[in-house]
Ligand binder design. Structure first.
Ligand code: AMP
Ligand code: MG
Length: 424
């Protein structure tokens, strides 16, 4: 039996980033940028006005006041999107709109509220500083500047910046197609006979969501019966079509747990079949030349926890993410937990931020079939191998699986990246 750390290390050692594709900017959200993005231009491209008003020489307004305004002559009007035709000389001004280029000779803009206009005479009631209300050429970005680093997880602000700097097609890491195979004669799909006492394949759907969240593309391949023949046909289809294969169920010790045999017959190498953890001890990891096969356990919580601990970091590595793991924090336990010494426990918890630290309780009944324990959880409490119990008041490590909890905590309280595994 492998430890959690050994299993994770083996899996991460096997997988590698898939490669790079160029895609339209509108499809980039949540993808990972594969190359540093440089700007092809200055932003703004030239000095422009931050206000509606008059472009002036600030020296002309040095002594302006309500009692003794400076009087200038307006020589032209510059709407946004047009080019100035004239140079501003001493005693001159130009009507200018927000975003319009500042004409040569002018070095400031006086707001429209601070002037009084009659024909081409502009009376200015207040001085302005040099550069006032002018956005300088290149003040946001200069030509050639690296604006977004390779490895960045693309968010809406990045999309805006990529557009502003001229990137219509964006190099991002490819996403793997991830096959989902449910197994079990007792399992039906959601549209199966509602009067039947069979179990709906919730795993197919929790995995579907987890795959998308982790950056993969789910490829659901239905439910395989507990026969070698049916399992073989599902797994060979998966092997043909996907870059990653995930199954649930059929990896325990029962007579109908045939996944491992079928993988071996397909020519895959079984790397390990159990991990010293709860839930999720039965877990078959197998590989061919290029494809990782994750034979996850069937119980709904075990499936999700095993995905979370192993498949998610693997998919993140394949899709070019730098941060493979959830953020972790320390939390004060508000109940007693006993455990087996030789297993790492992944307990579903509900953490709250109170008076500068996290307090955490379990989400109740922790059986591996109690999916509610996942639904209620915002953290996973990690109790490492070697620990026999944790008591109320003890500090424990929690993985933050619900992003909203991050906003509650002060940044200094969160553990630093990268997280090296549950024992760190
Ligand atoms: P197994 O390891 O195949 O014996 O599966 C363990 C238990 O997990 C079964 O008794 C089922 O109740 C449950 N199970 C297996 N597959 C699924 C699934 N796709 N969706 C929900 N529950 C499942
Ligand atoms: Mg089964």
């Amino acid at each position: 039996m492998k430890t959690v750390e050994e299993s994770l290390a083996r899996i991460l050692d096997f997988v590698a980033p898939l490669g790079v594709e160029k895609i339209p900017l509108t499809e980039c959200l949540n993808r990972v940028l594969a190359e540093d993005a440089y700007s092809t231009r200055h932003i703004p491209p030239r000095d422009n006005s931050a206000m509606d008003g008059y472009a002036v020489k600030h020296r002309d307004l040095r002594n302006a006041s309500p009692e003794s305004p400076a009087v200038l002559r307006s020589v032209e009007e510059i709407p946004a999107g047009s080019s100035p035709g004239k140079r501003i000389g001493t005693g001159e001004a130009a009507r200018i709109m927000t975003g319009a280029p500042v004409p040569d000779g002018a070095d400031a803009v006086i707001k429209i509220e601070d002037v009084d206009v009659e024909d081409d005479r502009v009376r200015c009631f207040t001085p302005v500083e040099e550069g006032e209300n002018v956005r300088k050429r290149g003040e946001d970005v200069i030509e050639g500047e690296a604006v977004i680093a390779a490895g960045s997880h693309i968010q809406p602000a990045h999309m805006g910046m990529l557009a502003a700097t001229g990137h219509a097609l964006v190099p991002v890491y490819k996403r793997p197609l991830v096959a989902i195979i449910a197994t079990g004669d007792e399992i039906i799909d959601i549209d199966g006979d509602p009067s039947s006492e069979k179990i709906i394949s919730s795993n197919s759907y929790s995995l579907y969501g987890q795959i998308i969240e982790a950056g993969g593309i789910p490829l659901p391949l239905g439910i395989a019966r507990d026969t070698k023949k049916d399992l073989m046909s599902h797994f060979s289809m998966a092997k043909e079509r996907a870059q990653v294969v995930i199954s649930s169920g059929g990896v325990s010790m029962g007579d109908y747990d045939l996944v491992q045999d079928v993988l071996t017959e397909l020519g895959a190498r079984v790397e390990f079949e159990t991990v010293a953890q709860r839930p999720g001890k039965p877990f078959t990891f197998a590989t061919t030349e290029t494809i990782p096969f994750f034979g996850l356990p069937g119980n709904p919580v075990s499936t999700m926890i095993s995905f979370e601990q192993y498949v998610r970091p693997a998919l993140r590595k394949m899709t070019g993410h730098k941060m493979l793991f959830r953020r972790t924090a320390r939390a004060v336990l508000d109940e007693n937990i006993t455990k087996k010494n030789d297993l790492t426990y992944f307990i579903r918890g509900k953490a709250t931020w109170r008076d500068g630290s996290f307090t955490v309780v379990t989400t109740g009944e922790q059986g591996s079939g109690i999916l509610k324990s996942m639904v209620l959880a915002n953290v996973i409490i990690v109790l490492p191998r070697g620990m026999t119990h944790a008591r109320r008041g003890d500090e424990v490590t929690v993985q933050l699986i619900d992003k909203s909890i991050l906003s509650a905590a002060t940044p200094g309280y969160l553990a630093a990246w990268p997280w090296k595994g549950p024992s760190s």
